[in-house]
Design a protein around this ligand. Structure first.
Ligand code: UD1
Length: 416
Protein backbone atom coordinates (compact mmCIF):
# COMPACT_ATOMS: atom_id res chain seq x y z
CA UNK A 1 0.00 0.00 0.00
CA UNK A 2 1.55 3.32 -1.08
CA UNK A 3 1.02 6.76 0.42
CA UNK A 4 1.73 10.38 -0.43
CA UNK A 5 3.16 12.80 2.13
CA UNK A 6 2.14 16.32 1.22
CA UNK A 7 3.03 19.67 2.76
CA UNK A 8 0.47 22.14 1.52
CA UNK A 9 0.07 25.85 1.33
CA UNK A 10 2.29 26.84 -1.58
CA UNK A 11 0.86 27.87 -4.96
CA UNK A 12 1.62 25.55 -7.86
CA UNK A 13 3.57 27.33 -10.57
CA UNK A 14 5.04 25.78 -13.69
CA UNK A 15 4.44 23.69 -16.77
CA UNK A 16 2.97 20.18 -16.94
CA UNK A 17 2.98 18.13 -20.16
CA UNK A 18 -0.18 16.02 -20.25
CA UNK A 19 0.09 12.27 -20.92
CA UNK A 20 -2.01 10.07 -23.15
CA UNK A 21 -5.57 9.33 -22.06
CA UNK A 22 -6.21 6.30 -19.87
CA UNK A 23 -9.81 6.04 -21.04
CA UNK A 24 -8.70 6.02 -24.64
CA UNK A 25 -5.71 3.72 -24.27
CA UNK A 26 -7.62 0.96 -22.45
CA UNK A 27 -10.32 0.40 -25.11
CA UNK A 28 -7.67 0.76 -27.84
CA UNK A 29 -5.63 -2.01 -26.21
CA UNK A 30 -8.77 -4.18 -26.18
CA UNK A 31 -9.37 -3.24 -29.82
CA UNK A 32 -5.93 -4.45 -30.90
CA UNK A 33 -7.32 -7.95 -30.36
CA UNK A 34 -9.71 -7.51 -33.29
CA UNK A 35 -6.80 -6.82 -35.62
CA UNK A 36 -4.51 -9.69 -36.49
CA UNK A 37 -1.26 -7.84 -36.62
CA UNK A 38 1.18 -5.55 -34.89
CA UNK A 39 -0.03 -2.27 -33.47
CA UNK A 40 2.39 0.44 -32.38
CA UNK A 41 0.74 2.83 -29.95
CA UNK A 42 2.41 6.09 -29.01
CA UNK A 43 1.68 8.40 -26.05
CA UNK A 44 0.79 5.53 -23.72
CA UNK A 45 0.93 6.62 -20.07
CA UNK A 46 2.73 4.50 -17.49
CA UNK A 47 -0.26 3.72 -15.30
CA UNK A 48 -1.19 0.51 -13.57
CA UNK A 49 -4.47 0.13 -15.52
CA UNK A 50 -2.41 -0.05 -18.74
CA UNK A 51 -0.33 -2.80 -17.14
CA UNK A 52 -3.53 -4.71 -16.38
CA UNK A 53 -4.73 -4.36 -20.00
CA UNK A 54 -1.33 -5.65 -21.20
CA UNK A 55 -1.55 -8.56 -18.75
CA UNK A 56 -4.99 -9.43 -20.18
CA UNK A 57 -3.62 -9.35 -23.73
CA UNK A 58 -0.73 -11.61 -22.71
CA UNK A 59 -3.08 -14.01 -20.92
CA UNK A 60 -4.96 -14.34 -24.24
CA UNK A 61 -1.73 -15.27 -26.04
CA UNK A 62 -0.71 -11.87 -27.45
CA UNK A 63 2.77 -10.39 -27.33
CA UNK A 64 3.12 -6.94 -25.82
CA UNK A 65 6.05 -4.78 -24.81
CA UNK A 66 6.72 -1.19 -23.77
CA UNK A 67 9.43 1.09 -25.16
CA UNK A 68 9.13 4.35 -23.22
CA UNK A 69 5.72 5.86 -24.00
CA UNK A 70 5.19 3.40 -26.88
CA UNK A 71 3.43 0.05 -26.62
CA UNK A 72 3.94 -2.59 -29.26
CA UNK A 73 1.24 -5.23 -29.34
CA UNK A 74 1.14 -8.25 -31.61
CA UNK A 75 -2.27 -9.91 -31.41
CA UNK A 76 -1.68 -12.42 -34.20
CA UNK A 77 -0.87 -15.29 -31.78
CA UNK A 78 -4.00 -14.73 -29.61
CA UNK A 79 -5.64 -18.08 -28.90
CA UNK A 80 -7.49 -17.88 -25.56
CA UNK A 81 -11.04 -16.67 -24.97
CA UNK A 82 -11.05 -16.66 -21.18
CA UNK A 83 -9.88 -13.72 -19.06
CA UNK A 84 -8.56 -14.69 -15.62
CA UNK A 85 -10.80 -13.46 -12.78
CA UNK A 86 -7.82 -11.93 -10.98
CA UNK A 87 -7.31 -9.55 -13.93
CA UNK A 88 -11.04 -8.87 -14.43
CA UNK A 89 -11.43 -7.64 -10.87
CA UNK A 90 -8.61 -5.10 -11.24
CA UNK A 91 -10.43 -2.63 -13.48
CA UNK A 92 -13.78 -1.85 -14.98
CA UNK A 93 -12.38 -1.43 -18.51
CA UNK A 94 -11.47 -5.14 -18.54
CA UNK A 95 -15.05 -5.72 -19.70
CA UNK A 96 -14.27 -4.04 -23.06
CA UNK A 97 -12.33 -7.19 -23.97
CA UNK A 98 -15.70 -8.96 -24.14
CA UNK A 99 -16.70 -7.26 -27.42
CA UNK A 100 -13.21 -7.73 -28.83
CA UNK A 101 -13.15 -11.46 -28.00
CA UNK A 102 -16.59 -11.97 -29.54
CA UNK A 103 -15.53 -10.17 -32.73
CA UNK A 104 -12.30 -12.16 -33.00
CA UNK A 105 -13.29 -15.62 -31.75
CA UNK A 106 -17.09 -15.64 -31.34
CA UNK A 107 -16.64 -16.61 -27.71
CA UNK A 108 -15.66 -15.10 -24.37
CA UNK A 109 -15.60 -16.23 -20.75
CA UNK A 110 -15.08 -13.72 -17.99
CA UNK A 111 -16.21 -12.54 -14.57
CA UNK A 112 -17.78 -9.21 -13.57
CA UNK A 113 -15.24 -6.38 -13.85
CA UNK A 114 -13.90 -4.60 -10.77
CA UNK A 115 -12.63 -1.01 -10.75
CA UNK A 116 -13.52 2.07 -8.72
CA UNK A 117 -16.39 1.54 -6.30
CA UNK A 118 -18.75 4.30 -7.36
CA UNK A 119 -22.04 2.50 -6.69
CA UNK A 120 -23.78 -0.22 -8.63
CA UNK A 121 -22.04 -0.76 -12.00
CA UNK A 122 -24.03 -3.33 -13.99
CA UNK A 123 -23.21 -4.39 -17.56
CA UNK A 124 -26.81 -4.95 -18.66
CA UNK A 125 -26.55 -2.41 -21.50
CA UNK A 126 -23.47 -4.17 -22.88
CA UNK A 127 -25.34 -7.49 -22.85
CA UNK A 128 -28.50 -5.98 -24.32
CA UNK A 129 -26.58 -4.88 -27.41
CA UNK A 130 -24.60 -8.10 -27.73
CA UNK A 131 -27.81 -10.16 -27.57
CA UNK A 132 -29.36 -8.01 -30.31
CA UNK A 133 -26.32 -8.92 -32.42
CA UNK A 134 -27.14 -12.58 -31.83
CA UNK A 135 -24.75 -13.41 -28.98
CA UNK A 136 -25.87 -15.83 -26.30
CA UNK A 137 -24.82 -14.49 -22.92
CA UNK A 138 -25.35 -16.61 -19.82
CA UNK A 139 -23.99 -16.65 -16.31
CA UNK A 140 -22.51 -19.86 -14.91
CA UNK A 141 -22.10 -19.01 -11.27
CA UNK A 142 -19.79 -15.99 -11.21
CA UNK A 143 -18.71 -16.49 -14.81
CA UNK A 144 -20.27 -14.90 -17.85
CA UNK A 145 -20.18 -16.97 -21.01
CA UNK A 146 -20.86 -15.30 -24.34
CA UNK A 147 -21.00 -17.13 -27.63
CA UNK A 148 -22.01 -16.39 -31.19
CA UNK A 149 -21.33 -18.66 -34.14
CA UNK A 150 -21.71 -15.49 -36.23
CA UNK A 151 -22.73 -12.09 -34.95
CA UNK A 152 -25.30 -10.32 -37.12
CA UNK A 153 -26.00 -6.72 -38.00
CA UNK A 154 -28.57 -4.94 -35.80
CA UNK A 155 -29.89 -1.60 -34.67
CA UNK A 156 -29.14 -1.07 -31.00
CA UNK A 157 -30.75 1.83 -29.16
CA UNK A 158 -29.02 2.29 -25.82
CA UNK A 159 -31.40 3.48 -23.06
CA UNK A 160 -28.44 5.48 -21.66
CA UNK A 161 -25.26 6.57 -23.48
CA UNK A 162 -22.91 4.29 -21.51
CA UNK A 163 -19.27 4.83 -22.45
CA UNK A 164 -18.24 1.23 -21.84
CA UNK A 165 -21.28 -0.27 -23.59
CA UNK A 166 -20.70 1.97 -26.63
CA UNK A 167 -17.07 0.82 -26.84
CA UNK A 168 -17.89 -2.85 -26.29
CA UNK A 169 -20.61 -2.81 -28.94
CA UNK A 170 -18.42 -1.01 -31.49
CA UNK A 171 -15.78 -3.73 -31.03
CA UNK A 172 -18.28 -6.59 -31.22
CA UNK A 173 -19.85 -5.02 -34.32
CA UNK A 174 -16.55 -5.41 -36.18
CA UNK A 175 -17.17 -9.16 -36.14
CA UNK A 176 -20.73 -8.94 -37.50
CA UNK A 177 -22.10 -9.94 -40.84
CA UNK A 178 -23.68 -6.66 -41.94
CA UNK A 179 -24.05 -3.27 -40.29
CA UNK A 180 -24.61 -2.32 -36.68
CA UNK A 181 -26.30 1.02 -36.00
CA UNK A 182 -25.73 2.21 -32.48
CA UNK A 183 -28.24 4.86 -31.39
CA UNK A 184 -27.87 7.06 -28.29
CA UNK A 185 -24.18 6.15 -28.26
CA UNK A 186 -21.88 7.93 -25.82
CA UNK A 187 -20.09 10.91 -27.41
CA UNK A 188 -17.00 11.09 -25.20
CA UNK A 189 -13.88 12.09 -27.19
CA UNK A 190 -12.25 8.79 -26.19
CA UNK A 191 -14.83 6.98 -28.34
CA UNK A 192 -13.89 9.05 -31.37
CA UNK A 193 -10.25 8.21 -30.60
CA UNK A 194 -11.04 4.48 -30.42
CA UNK A 195 -12.83 4.75 -33.78
CA UNK A 196 -9.88 6.70 -35.19
CA UNK A 197 -7.62 3.81 -34.25
CA UNK A 198 -10.00 1.24 -35.73
CA UNK A 199 -10.38 3.23 -38.95
CA UNK A 200 -6.59 3.32 -39.22
CA UNK A 201 -6.72 -0.49 -38.96
CA UNK A 202 -9.15 -0.65 -41.90
CA UNK A 203 -12.54 -0.57 -40.11
CA UNK A 204 -15.49 1.21 -41.69
CA UNK A 205 -17.15 3.37 -39.06
CA UNK A 206 -19.37 6.42 -39.57
CA UNK A 207 -20.52 8.92 -36.97
CA UNK A 208 -17.69 8.33 -34.48
CA UNK A 209 -18.09 10.72 -31.57
CA UNK A 210 -21.76 11.40 -32.38
CA UNK A 211 -24.84 9.73 -30.90
CA UNK A 212 -25.43 7.54 -33.98
CA UNK A 213 -22.51 5.30 -34.90
CA UNK A 214 -22.65 2.95 -37.89
CA UNK A 215 -20.18 0.08 -37.98
CA UNK A 216 -19.79 -2.18 -40.98
CA UNK A 217 -18.67 -5.58 -39.78
CA UNK A 218 -16.60 -8.20 -41.49
CA UNK A 219 -13.66 -6.07 -42.70
CA UNK A 220 -10.32 -7.74 -42.08
CA UNK A 221 -8.36 -5.40 -39.82
CA UNK A 222 -4.62 -4.95 -40.00
CA UNK A 223 -2.12 -3.55 -37.51
CA UNK A 224 -1.31 0.15 -37.47
CA UNK A 225 0.64 2.93 -35.78
CA UNK A 226 -1.43 5.33 -33.69
CA UNK A 227 -0.98 8.14 -31.17
CA UNK A 228 -3.36 8.15 -28.19
CA UNK A 229 -5.19 11.43 -27.48
CA UNK A 230 -4.32 13.56 -24.41
CA UNK A 231 -5.93 12.76 -21.06
CA UNK A 232 -8.62 15.36 -20.30
CA UNK A 233 -9.08 14.16 -16.71
CA UNK A 234 -5.38 14.44 -15.92
CA UNK A 235 -5.52 17.99 -17.32
CA UNK A 236 -8.67 18.83 -15.34
CA UNK A 237 -7.01 17.57 -12.15
CA UNK A 238 -3.96 19.82 -12.53
CA UNK A 239 -6.13 22.82 -13.39
CA UNK A 240 -8.08 22.22 -10.16
CA UNK A 241 -4.82 21.86 -8.20
CA UNK A 242 -3.62 25.22 -9.55
CA UNK A 243 -6.97 26.85 -8.70
CA UNK A 244 -7.02 25.33 -5.19
CA UNK A 245 -3.50 26.57 -4.41
CA UNK A 246 -4.10 29.98 -6.11
CA UNK A 247 -1.25 29.26 -8.49
CA UNK A 248 -0.52 29.51 -12.18
CA UNK A 249 0.17 26.54 -14.41
CA UNK A 250 0.46 25.84 -18.09
CA UNK A 251 -0.56 22.48 -19.47
CA UNK A 252 1.02 21.42 -22.74
CA UNK A 253 0.16 18.49 -25.06
CA UNK A 254 -3.49 18.93 -24.16
CA UNK A 255 -6.73 19.45 -26.09
CA UNK A 256 -8.58 22.50 -24.70
CA UNK A 257 -11.77 21.75 -26.66
CA UNK A 258 -12.26 18.52 -24.66
CA UNK A 259 -12.02 20.43 -21.40
CA UNK A 260 -14.59 23.13 -22.11
CA UNK A 261 -17.09 22.01 -19.43
CA UNK A 262 -14.37 22.10 -16.74
CA UNK A 263 -12.63 25.29 -17.84
CA UNK A 264 -16.02 27.07 -18.04
CA UNK A 265 -16.65 26.18 -14.39
CA UNK A 266 -13.18 27.29 -13.27
CA UNK A 267 -13.56 30.55 -15.22
CA UNK A 268 -16.94 31.03 -13.50
CA UNK A 269 -15.01 30.74 -10.21
CA UNK A 270 -12.75 33.63 -11.21
CA UNK A 271 -9.77 31.78 -12.71
CA UNK A 272 -8.08 33.43 -15.65
CA UNK A 273 -7.79 30.88 -18.43
CA UNK A 274 -5.88 31.29 -21.67
CA UNK A 275 -6.11 28.63 -24.35
CA UNK A 276 -3.93 27.98 -27.35
CA UNK A 277 -4.00 25.16 -29.88
CA UNK A 278 -2.60 22.43 -27.57
CA UNK A 279 -2.02 24.41 -24.42
CA UNK A 280 -3.96 25.91 -21.50
CA UNK A 281 -2.75 28.35 -18.86
CA UNK A 282 -4.74 28.88 -15.66
CA UNK A 283 -4.03 31.58 -13.15
CA UNK A 284 -6.00 31.95 -9.95
CA UNK A 285 -5.78 34.84 -7.48
CA UNK A 286 -9.13 34.48 -5.74
CA UNK A 287 -11.65 31.69 -6.13
CA UNK A 288 -15.41 32.21 -5.88
CA UNK A 289 -18.17 29.64 -5.61
CA UNK A 290 -19.60 28.55 -8.96
CA UNK A 291 -23.08 28.05 -10.42
CA UNK A 292 -24.58 24.61 -9.66
CA UNK A 293 -22.64 21.77 -11.29
CA UNK A 294 -24.52 18.78 -12.66
CA UNK A 295 -22.57 15.82 -13.99
CA UNK A 296 -23.89 14.31 -17.22
CA UNK A 297 -22.61 12.54 -20.34
CA UNK A 298 -20.21 14.45 -22.66
CA UNK A 299 -20.24 17.27 -23.65
CA UNK A 300 -21.74 18.21 -20.25
CA UNK A 301 -19.71 18.36 -17.04
CA UNK A 302 -17.86 15.04 -16.56
CA UNK A 303 -18.41 12.94 -13.46
CA UNK A 304 -14.67 12.22 -13.35
CA UNK A 305 -13.98 15.92 -12.72
CA UNK A 306 -16.57 16.24 -9.95
CA UNK A 307 -14.26 15.29 -7.05
CA UNK A 308 -11.25 17.39 -8.19
CA UNK A 309 -13.44 20.48 -8.76
CA UNK A 310 -15.09 19.93 -5.37
CA UNK A 311 -11.65 19.94 -3.70
CA UNK A 312 -10.93 23.31 -5.33
CA UNK A 313 -14.32 24.73 -4.32
CA UNK A 314 -13.72 23.71 -0.69
CA UNK A 315 -11.79 26.99 -0.24
CA UNK A 316 -13.78 29.20 -2.64
CA UNK A 317 -15.74 32.17 -1.36
CA UNK A 318 -19.40 31.15 -1.12
CA UNK A 319 -21.50 28.03 -1.61
CA UNK A 320 -21.21 25.62 -4.56
CA UNK A 321 -23.71 22.83 -5.23
CA UNK A 322 -22.84 19.58 -7.00
CA UNK A 323 -25.36 17.15 -8.44
CA UNK A 324 -24.00 13.71 -9.40
CA UNK A 325 -26.26 12.04 -11.95
CA UNK A 326 -23.96 9.37 -13.42
CA UNK A 327 -22.94 7.19 -10.47
CA UNK A 328 -25.01 6.34 -7.40
CA UNK A 329 -22.16 6.58 -4.86
CA UNK A 330 -19.63 9.13 -6.06
CA UNK A 331 -19.19 11.36 -3.03
CA UNK A 332 -16.97 8.91 -1.17
CA UNK A 333 -14.18 11.50 -1.05
CA UNK A 334 -16.34 13.91 0.98
CA UNK A 335 -15.53 12.56 4.49
CA UNK A 336 -11.80 12.94 3.75
CA UNK A 337 -12.24 16.55 2.59
CA UNK A 338 -14.30 17.24 5.73
CA UNK A 339 -11.45 15.84 7.86
CA UNK A 340 -9.24 18.46 6.24
CA UNK A 341 -11.62 21.18 7.38
CA UNK A 342 -13.94 21.43 4.37
CA UNK A 343 -17.62 22.24 5.05
CA UNK A 344 -19.52 19.83 2.85
CA UNK A 345 -22.86 18.13 3.36
CA UNK A 346 -23.75 15.38 0.94
CA UNK A 347 -26.71 13.16 0.18
CA UNK A 348 -26.47 10.42 -2.43
CA UNK A 349 -27.13 12.85 -5.27
CA UNK A 350 -26.22 16.34 -4.02
CA UNK A 351 -23.25 17.87 -2.23
CA UNK A 352 -23.30 21.40 -0.85
CA UNK A 353 -19.86 22.93 -0.39
CA UNK A 354 -19.52 26.02 1.75
CA UNK A 355 -16.08 27.41 1.05
CA UNK A 356 -13.80 27.87 4.07
CA UNK A 357 -10.81 30.19 4.38
CA UNK A 358 -8.24 27.42 4.86
CA UNK A 359 -8.04 23.65 4.98
CA UNK A 360 -5.70 21.88 7.38
CA UNK A 361 -3.52 18.79 6.99
CA UNK A 362 -4.90 15.35 7.89
CA UNK A 363 -4.32 11.67 7.31
CA UNK A 364 -6.86 10.39 4.81
CA UNK A 365 -7.35 7.33 2.66
CA UNK A 366 -7.97 7.44 -1.10
CA UNK A 367 -11.33 5.84 -1.89
CA UNK A 368 -11.08 5.67 -5.67
CA UNK A 369 -9.08 7.14 -8.55
CA UNK A 370 -10.58 10.64 -8.81
CA UNK A 371 -11.49 10.79 -5.12
CA UNK A 372 -7.82 10.18 -4.33
CA UNK A 373 -6.85 12.98 -6.73
CA UNK A 374 -9.29 15.30 -4.94
CA UNK A 375 -7.58 14.50 -1.63
CA UNK A 376 -4.16 15.30 -3.13
CA UNK A 377 -5.53 18.65 -4.38
CA UNK A 378 -7.01 19.49 -0.97
CA UNK A 379 -3.74 18.50 0.75
CA UNK A 380 -1.72 20.77 -1.59
CA UNK A 381 -4.04 23.64 -0.67
CA UNK A 382 -4.16 22.89 3.07
CA UNK A 383 -1.96 24.37 5.75
CA UNK A 384 0.32 21.76 7.28
CA UNK A 385 1.12 18.16 6.41
CA UNK A 386 -1.19 15.50 5.08
CA UNK A 387 -0.87 11.84 4.29
CA UNK A 388 -2.98 10.34 1.52
CA UNK A 389 -3.00 6.58 2.00
CA UNK A 390 -3.69 3.99 -0.69
CA UNK A 391 -2.00 5.91 -3.49
CA UNK A 392 -2.43 2.82 -5.68
CA UNK A 393 -5.87 4.21 -6.49
CA UNK A 394 -4.38 7.30 -8.16
CA UNK A 395 -1.58 5.30 -9.78
CA UNK A 396 -4.25 3.48 -11.78
CA UNK A 397 -4.83 6.62 -13.80
CA UNK A 398 -2.17 9.30 -13.27
CA UNK A 399 1.27 8.88 -14.81
CA UNK A 400 4.04 10.73 -12.94
CA UNK A 401 1.61 12.52 -10.60
CA UNK A 402 4.23 13.19 -7.94
CA UNK A 403 6.88 14.37 -10.41
CA UNK A 404 4.44 16.64 -12.28
CA UNK A 405 3.36 18.34 -9.04
CA UNK A 406 6.93 18.60 -7.72
CA UNK A 407 7.98 20.25 -11.00
CA UNK A 408 5.46 22.97 -10.15
CA UNK A 409 6.71 23.41 -6.59
CA UNK A 410 4.26 21.02 -4.93
CA UNK A 411 5.75 19.47 -1.79
CA UNK A 412 4.72 15.87 -2.28
CA UNK A 413 6.63 12.64 -1.90
CA UNK A 414 5.66 9.08 -2.60
CA UNK A 415 6.51 7.00 0.47
CA UNK A 416 6.33 3.65 -1.30
C1 UD1 B 1 -16.35 5.29 -18.23
C2 UD1 B 1 -15.01 5.80 -17.76
C3 UD1 B 1 -15.13 6.43 -16.38
C4 UD1 B 1 -16.22 7.49 -16.37
C5 UD1 B 1 -17.53 6.94 -16.94
C6 UD1 B 1 -18.60 8.00 -17.11
C7 UD1 B 1 -13.42 4.32 -18.82
C8 UD1 B 1 -12.40 3.24 -18.67
N1 UD1 B 1 -14.07 4.69 -17.71
O1 UD1 B 1 -16.76 4.28 -17.30
O2 UD1 B 1 -13.88 7.03 -16.06
O3 UD1 B 1 -16.46 7.90 -15.03
O4 UD1 B 1 -17.28 6.37 -18.25
O5 UD1 B 1 -18.16 9.04 -17.91
O6 UD1 B 1 -13.60 4.86 -19.89
N2 UD1 B 1 -24.54 1.59 -16.57
C9 UD1 B 1 -25.56 0.68 -16.46
N3 UD1 B 1 -25.52 -0.42 -17.25
C10 UD1 B 1 -24.49 -0.67 -18.11
C11 UD1 B 1 -23.45 0.26 -18.21
C12 UD1 B 1 -23.49 1.38 -17.43
O7 UD1 B 1 -26.50 0.87 -15.69
O8 UD1 B 1 -24.53 -1.72 -18.79
C13 UD1 B 1 -24.53 2.78 -15.72
C14 UD1 B 1 -23.37 2.76 -14.72
O9 UD1 B 1 -23.68 1.99 -13.58
C15 UD1 B 1 -23.19 4.21 -14.41
C16 UD1 B 1 -23.55 4.90 -15.75
O10 UD1 B 1 -24.30 3.93 -16.50
O11 UD1 B 1 -24.10 4.60 -13.42
C17 UD1 B 1 -22.35 5.34 -16.56
O12 UD1 B 1 -21.54 4.23 -16.85
P1 UD1 B 1 -20.63 4.14 -18.16
O13 UD1 B 1 -20.87 5.33 -19.03
O14 UD1 B 1 -20.80 2.79 -18.74
O15 UD1 B 1 -19.20 4.27 -17.53
P2 UD1 B 1 -17.96 3.30 -17.67
O16 UD1 B 1 -17.81 2.88 -19.09
O17 UD1 B 1 -18.02 2.27 -16.61
Amino acid sequence: MGAYQIRGGSPLRGVIPIHGAKNSLLPILAATLVTKGECVLHNCPRISDADVALAILRSLGCEARREGQTLIVNTYPACETEIPAVLMQKMRAAVIFLGALLARFGAARLTHPGGCRLGNRPIDLHLLGLRLMGAQCEYEGEELLCRAAKLRGATVALPFPSVGATENLILAALGCDGEVVLCNAAREPEIADLCGFLTACGARIEGAGTSVVRIRGGCALHGTEFTVMPDRMEAATYLCAAAATRGEITLTHTEPAHLRAVTDVLADGGCEITQYARQITLRCDTLRAVSPIRTAPYPAFPTDAQAPVMAAMATAQGVSVFEETIFSDRFRHVPALVRMGAKITATRRYAVVEGVETLHGACVEATDLRGGAAMVIAALAAHGSSTVLRSEHTERGYAALVQSLRDCGGQIIDTE
